[in-house]
Design a protein around this ligand. Structure first.
Ligand SMILES: Cc1cc2nc3c(=O)[nH]c(=O)nc-3n(C[C@H](O)[C@H](O)[C@H](O)COP(=O)(O)O)c2cc1C
Length: 215
């Protein structure tokens, strides 16, 4: 069983990484193999909103394709995002990655062509997902975690309520990260498959701050 951790902090040896490494050590003890990717190791341009990706490939010349290939090649069963809170939200690095990944995964093309069910099937590449959000000043960690969960619901069959912590209570933060490592392996072992469709609105309500558009 393989778990991929993605560090969304621009710092490669800060609080986020300490929590991710704690989660990884605990999952490893339960028999999982782990891989840690730092987004900061890749040059990621922001999405320009040109929608070229509807008709052709993304025109940006950066490391996104290499990054997506590295992620895919690892063939993980579970995905964990870790991030610090920046301005009561997530760092631009992680948001830029998601924005670009959305276009490059064919989302806008599938939407245009009415193939969203097919896109979701292809894009939900992981069985289980979870987030770790940590704040160091004025807070915002719960909101940040909910943003991570929102992305994970498009990428994973199941999403665990992850870890939202503040550096002020670092002992608790490390305990929560340790517990998450165990929970991830347990959930993978259960192999439950995707949520039934009727449960999705409840799942979104519990895990995210997303509001469904009303007609
Ligand atoms: C640009 C910037 C914005 C930040 N905004 C917040 C914030 O809104 N709330 C908060 O609690 N901490 C905020 N912080 C503090 C970081 O969340 C904190 O230092 C965190 O532990 C850094 O994680 P890292 O060591 O993994 O990079 C901010 C830090 C930076 C650099």
């Amino acid at each position: 069983m393989k778990i991929l951790a993605i560090n969304g902090s621009p710092r490669k040896s800060g609080h986020t990484v300490e929590l991710l490494e704690t989660m990884m050590a605990s999952a490893r003890k339960q028999g999982a193999q782990m891989c840690l990717i730092h987004l900061a190791d890749y040059h990621i341009e922001h999405c320009r909103g040109c929608y070229t990706c509807i008709k052709a490939s993304c025109p940006q010349q950066d490391d996104m394709l290499r990054l997506l290939t590295d992620i895919q090649n690892y063939q993980a069963d579970a995905l964990v995002y870790g991030a610090p809170v920046f301005n009561f939200n997530l760092p631009g690095l992680l948001i830029n990655f998601w924005n670009r990944k959305t276009g490059m995964s064919g989302y806008f093309r599938a939407k245009e062509e009415g193939r969203m069910d097919e896109w979701l099937k292809q894009n939900r590449a992981w069985k289980v997902g979870a987030g770790i959000a940590q704040a160091g000043h004025s807070g915002g960690q719960k909101t940040a975690l909910k943003h991570i969960n929102f992305s994970l619901l498009g990428e994973c069959d199941r999403v665990l309520m992850g870890v939202s912590v503040h550096t002020r209570r670092w002992d608790k933060a490390l305990e929560d990260a340790d517990r998450l490592g165990k929970k991830l392996v347990e959930e993978l072992e259960k192999n439950k498959g995707p949520y039934p469709l009727w449960q999705m609105p409840f799942i979104y309500k519990r895990l995210t701050c997303f509001e469904f558009p009303r007609s």
